[in-house]
Design a protein around this ligand. Structure first.
Ligand code: ZN
Length: 412
């Protein structure tokens, strides 16, 4: 059984890597082949220079993604079959025991992956984003962010991990059900805690003070029967030139947040249309459905882990000669995504379906024309390609290709 799992893991890793490399190669050649000409529907609105910048940015990021894949696979193999996790266990088990041992093992794995990811993150921000004019961060801000994230991770992660490991060890064979309930409760709590307590540690949120825009937005909210506890502008330009708008919170704590970068680029009617699209997600309960789906998936995964955690072959097949709660948990979260990778196109498909529904809602409650014009500007500003490889897009993209979205908006 050990050998079968080893072979299945290696086969899944090979399939995932081959598929990701193949899709990346398709994306690069498709985008490069369409670099010389702005696609017909956009010719009067997007300059050739902007189109080529988007092509080059897409190619640069896809190439970088390939390098990231190689690093990811190397770390995964080193930790599992390479004996890394076994070495961490040998080190900590002679020094600590019980729950503290478990937390030490898991934090060590997170620290090692984080350290190896750091040069990649630096390269992404200060070479790629910088080269295309998106980076607004200094190295100082990058480091301050890192320290804050680390402190938060330890502060929140330690009690959560202690609780999970405790439940796993004390709740008998149905521990996974208890962990699942705890995990769901923790996530729901974070939905309330994040906008009020955590997001302000990283950004400033000021009330939207543009009176004309406020009035427009409030009219839209009334029209859609939507109550919010405030309209805010976030200093997204502190880190990046990419623009966005989003909702946070639930019930009465619902806030609408605009990136300052979005507001300085779009006209009031376009902002209204973008917001109407976001309202569409709310009105169709996409957020709730997404959370429900994630909870159902995590229940399935935890139940599976409940079956694996006492099986010696689960550890033996993945490079360990011993097993326990903490090792089982960390092994599952290292190896699980390799097998779950094939769910990606399904999740992308569901997400794109929601985007179309939100667009329809925006067309009904604001203006399809204004949304289309905002989308063109956002594509241009974010250097998002207008000509993605269709298969690459089908597999990964959470949003439908621009041409398709705009065609549907125009039809509406
Ligand atoms: Zn959307």
């Amino acid at each position: 059984m050990d050998n079968i799992l080893t072979l299945a893991f290696l086969a899944a890793l090979l399939v995932m890597s081959a598929l990701r490399l193949w899709l990346a190669r398709r994306q690069i050649s498709y985008v490069s082949a369409h670099r010389e000409k702005v696609p017909p529907g956009f010719a009067d609105r997007i300059a050739l220079g902007a189109h080529q910048k988007a092509a080059d940015y897409t190619v640069a990021r896809t190439r970088f993604g390939r390098a990231g894949l190689v690093a990811e696979v190397a770390v995964l193999l080193a930790l599992t079959l390479g004996g890394g996790l076994q070495a961490l266990h040998d080190f900590w088990s002679t020094r600590l025991d019980g729950l503290v041992y478990g937390v030490a093992v898991i934090f060590s794995v997170i620290a090692i992956s984080g350290l190896l990811d750091l040069p990649l993150a630096l390269y992404r921000q200060f070479v790629i984003e910088e080269k295309f004019g998106f980076n607004r961060m200094t190295l100082g801000l990058f480091l301050v962010d890192l320290v804050k994230q680390l402190a938060l991770g330890i502060l929140i992660g330690t009690p959560v991990l202690l609780a999970v490991l405790w439940l796993m060890e004390r709740m008998g064979s149905l521990w996974w059900l208890y962990v699942w309930v705890f995990w769901c409760a923790f996530n729901l709590l974070m939905l309330f805690v994040y906008p009020t307590w955590i997001a302000p540690l990283f950004n400033k949120f000021a009330p939207l003070d543009d009176a004309g825009l406020r009035e427009r937005i409030e009219a839209l909210l009334t029209r859609c029967g939507f109550a919010s506890s405030g309209l805010f502008v976030m200093d997204g330009s502190k880190r990046s030139n990419h623009g966005n708008a989003y909702f946070t919170g639930f019930g009465k704590t619902k806030r609408i947040v605009f990136f300052d970068t979005l507001l300085c680029r779009l006209q009031a009617a376009e902002v209204e249309a973008v917001l109407a699209h976001e309202l569409g997600h709310f009105s169709h309960r996409h957020v709730l459905k997404r959370i429900g789906m994630l909870f159902a998936l995590s229940l399935a995964f935890l139940a599976l882990l409940g079956q694996l955690i006492d099986a010696p072959w689960f550890y033996g097949g993945l490079g360990l000669d011993t097993g326990n709660t903490a090792l089982g948990l960390v092994l599952f979260f290292l190896v699980g995504p390799v097998f779950a990778f094939l769910l990606t196109p399904l999740l992308s498909l569901l997400s794109r379906r929601d985007e179309f529904a939100a667009d329809r809602y925006a067309a009904e409650n604001a203006s399809a024309e204004q949304l289309a014009s905002a989308l063109v500007k956002l594509y241009e500003d974010n250097a998002a390609t207008l000509t993605p490889d269709p298969l690459h897009s089908l597999f990964y993209d959470s949003h439908p290709p621009a041409a398709l979205r705009i065609a549907r908006l125009q039809a509406a």
